[in-house]
Design a protein around this ligand. Structure first.
Ligand SMILES: Nc1ncnc2c1ncn2[C@@H]1O[C@H](COP(=O)(O)OP(=O)(O)OP(=O)(O)O)[C@@H](O)[C@H]1O
Ligand SMILES: [Mg+2]
Length: 188
């Protein structure tokens, strides 16, 4: 008899090998497309043109697709709420080759007024809301980016933000899921 079923389930195995424990393989392309689709009416109503750039043949990620869609949805919603004056956003997915390894990079960029240097270090804190006029005019709890960061971290990923008076970009880095067999090099 083999080990109990729980030992065969993904949790232990992925925890020990440094992978997130999400069992499904998900394509960045699908997540980007579906999150954009759900916010299409809001983007249109705000007069924001959305560009999409998807690198071909991206490796999948082990992820909870619905949670990642909510993350991108929150970032897009923030563009609608705080950066509509720029009339533009871009969402991109590509493969970043970094010293720590390959990463799926998904970014959401706008040409809004930006996030002030005073606010920037705090935007991922729960209930933190910016101090600019745009923020005063729209409702929110200050939880969107907290959720985004927690979900990304649950996927063992990272999130970064860059902002100036000419716009803001959020970048999410996720570990690609390479099928083990296809990655195994023949041993000498
Ligand atoms: N794209 C952006 N451009 C300018 N400011 C932004 C942008 N995204 C976020 N912010 C600022 O960061 C703050 C925190 O964002 P977050 O999404 O966490 O909360 P919220 O949008 O205020 O509320 P909630 O997301 O809970 O509805 C916002 O209040 C806003 O001031
Ligand atoms: Mg928000």
């Amino acid at each position: 008899m083999g080990p109990p079923a729980t030992h065969e389930s993904g949790h232990f195995y992925f925890a020990q090998t440094g992978h997130s424990h999400f069992a499904a393989t998900v394509n960045a392309e699908e997540i980007v497309k579906s999150s954009l689709l759900s916010y299409d009416p809001a983007l249109r109503a705000a007069g924001i043109a959305a560009e999409v750039h998807l690198a071909p043949q991206l490796p999948p990620v082990r992820a909870d697709a619905r949670l990642l869609e909510r993350c991108l949805g929150n970032l897009i919603q923030n563009v609608v709420k705080y950066a509509a004056t720029g009339k533009w956003m871009a969402i991109r997915a590509d493969l970043a080759v970094l010293p720590e390894g390959d990463r799926i990079r998904i970014s959401v960029e706008d040409r809004g007024p930006g996030i002030s240097p005073a606010d920037l270090p705090h935007i991922f804190e729960p209930f933190y809301r910016g101090t600019c006029a745009q923020t005063d005019d729209v409702s929110g709890l200050g939880l969107g980016l907290t959720l985004v960061k927690r979900v990304v971290e649950a996927h063992l990923g990272k999130i970064a933000v860059a902002s100036s008076q000419r716009g803001t970009s959020f970048t999410i880095l996720l570990r690609p899921w390479y099928d083990r067999k296809s990655r195994e090099e023949p041993q000498p």
